[in-house]
Design a protein around this ligand. Structure first.
Ligand code: MSP
Length: 512
């Protein structure tokens, strides 16, 4: 029986076109999903679209379309982005699916049966852009005297009948859970923020969980005048996908989720509201919620009004999907903000992909093709330099795996790059081109060491750059069914024929 691993991305609002921020969450989660599969896990990887609520209803109206037609169209764009980014999600959930309405109504009824829902009235501020309620004290006033949410979103004053979730009664249990489980929320600073919020004098309040001023949502069971607050339905997607309310099928196998990967803006929904809902419904809590940072573009916040929203498909067309995936996880510490610029993407492509990794592979493979019969060379006696290189190589899978388990993708890549650079130093130092004239046995041994190194590096980089690494592993003579981590223990047999080498990472030259 394989161990299981269930991970999720947030489901994306279908109010507008996807941009690199959305692709980022998907790609990071995909790297993790692919890594865990290669490490022998039975992975369930979920992404999808969040299609209800006032924001989506408005966007549909602005587009002159009925909400269902509109969400069908925009959801298909997100699914296309996932496909183009090579995302290996096992399911793509849409919150307008009947099974999801059923699951949302089921959890509502469970909360109600457990005595955690009551009818009242909401009077206060609401930001449609954030789909979030705000206290008067949280609001800021801009230069024009307009009241805004702390996120900068416009707010409106709402007075309407509303059902409430008795969230306030879960504060103590949440604090205790977060304190007893240091890995429940990452990164660490964000965990402290959540604890600070829960322990603040205002503490946890009851949450308004239904709306009556518009129709685009899941109807509240037994009271059709209300639709559910969009976050209540959205968060439930994580259990809809595995069969809730049926507790015996995939849910029994995959719940609790191993990881909810989210952006920093929606951590509180995932680290406070969702766990409170689960506690209230007698369901176990996810093992971890990790919040990543936000991307700006060429130093500016991405926005429709600035006109700097980048479609990740355009970037993939211009630079390739793998360099884009690599760049997004390499450029900045996962968990902090980053700035996207074409210049830094091109720099990393040329320095790290073309020079460091591409050259190491190209130099080794073309040398073997020309001077060692185009086959896996014979391994020889081990010198101290060989032993050092091999030790670094063999430590990689564990150290990179540990970084990935902490969602430290940048660190995982840096660890691999240290070894790639030492491979380049090794080839310069050992100079097989000199050995060619003096010591063919040693020349072969050096080349074999380099191929053994390249094989490990390419195997571990598959989750980050799946297409390029498939090409690389083809050239290294690694059979398609021997590319998981367990296969690393079986070296490529000496004499294995290698296909003619072809560069995997060409230098990127900006068109004049
Ligand atoms: N629908 C909610 C999530 C519900 S999950 C039960 C939502 N959707 S969203 O489309 O607005 O955002 C989806 C994800 O994209 C979030 O994790 C958000 O942080 C991320 N990003 C949106 N803009 C981003 C950047 N500029 N940079 C990085 N990530 C960004 O929130």
């Amino acid at each position: 029986m394989k161990p299981t691993y269930y991970l999720t991305t947030p489901i994306f609002y279908v109010n507008g076109a996807p941009h690199i921020g959305h692709a980022y969450t998907m790609i990071a989660a995909d790297v993790l999903a692919r890594w865990k599969r290669l490490a022998g896990y039975d992975v369930f990887f979920l992404t999808g679209t969040d299609e209800h609520g006032q924001k989506v209803e408005k966007a549909a109206a602005d587009a002159g379309k009925d909400p269902q037609t509109f969400t069908d169209e925009v959801s298909a764009i997100f699914a296309d982005i996932a496909r183009r980014m090579n995302i290996t999600n096992d399911q793509f959930i849409r919150t307008t699916e009947p099974r999801h309405k059923a699951a949302s109504q089921a959890i509502w009824k469970q909360l109600e049966a457990n005595g955690h829902i009551y009818l009242g009235g909401y009077e206060g501020w609401y930001a449609v852009r954030d789909e979030s309620f705000y206290d008067e004290a949280e609001l800021v006033t801009n230069a024009q005297g307009q009241k805004l949410a702390p996120t900068g979103a416009p707010v409106e004053y709402v007075t309407e009948p509303s059902y409430f979730f008795r969230m306030s009664s879960f504060g103590e249990r949440l604090i205790a859970h977060i304190e007893a489980n240091p890995d429940f929320i990452g990164p660490r600073e964000r965990r402290n923020e959540v604890l600070g919020f829960l322990k603040s004098p205002e503490g946890l309040k009851d949450l308004s969980i239904s709306r009556t001023s518009f129709r685009w949502g899941v109807p509240v069971p037994g009271d059709d005048a209300h639709v559910m607050y969009v976050w209540l339905d959205a968060l439930t997607n994580y259990i809809t996908a595995i069969g809730y309310p049926d507790m015996t099928g995939p849910l029994a196998k995959f719940w609790p989720a191993d990881l909810h990967l989210v952006g920093k803006d929606i951590l509180r929904f995932h680290a406070v509201i969702w766990p409170a809902m689960l506690l209230a419904a007698d369901l176990p809590l996810p093992k971890r919620v990790f919040a990543h940072g936000w991307w700006t573009v060429e130093g500016e916040k991405m926005s429709k009004s600035v006109g700097n929203v980048i479609d990740p498909r355009e970037l993939a067309d211009a630079f390739g999907v793998d360099p884009l995936r690599f760049f997004l996880l390499r450029e900045t510490t996962f968990g902090t903000d980053g700035d996207f610029s074409r210049a830094s993407l091109i720099r990393r492509m040329n320095v790290e992909l073309a020079n460091d990794l591409g050259n190491l592979a190209q130099r080794t493979l073309s040398f073997i093709a020309k001077n060692a019969g185009g086959v896996m060379p014979k391994r020889g006696e081990t010198t101290p330099e060989d032993a050092t290189l091999a030790a670094h190589r063999d430590a990689l899978v564990a150290s990179v795996g540990a970084a990935i388990d902490r969602q430290a993708f940048h660190e995982a890549l840096e660890t691999i790059w240290v070894v790639i650079r030492s491979g380049n130093a090794y080839i310069d130092q050992q100079a097989p081109w000199t050995l060619k004239k003096a010591d063919l046995v040693r020349m072969e041994a050096v080349l074999a060491n380099l191929l053994d190194l390249l094989r490990v590096v390419s195997t571990l980089l598959q989750p980050f750059m799946p297409e390029s690494m498939a090409k690389m592993l083809d050239q290294l003579g690694v059979p398609a069914d021997a590319r998981d981590f367990a296969s690393l223990a079986t070296p490529i047999a000496e004499g294995t024929a290698l296909p003619p080498p072809a560069g995997v990472f060409p230098r990127f030259v900006e068109a004049a």
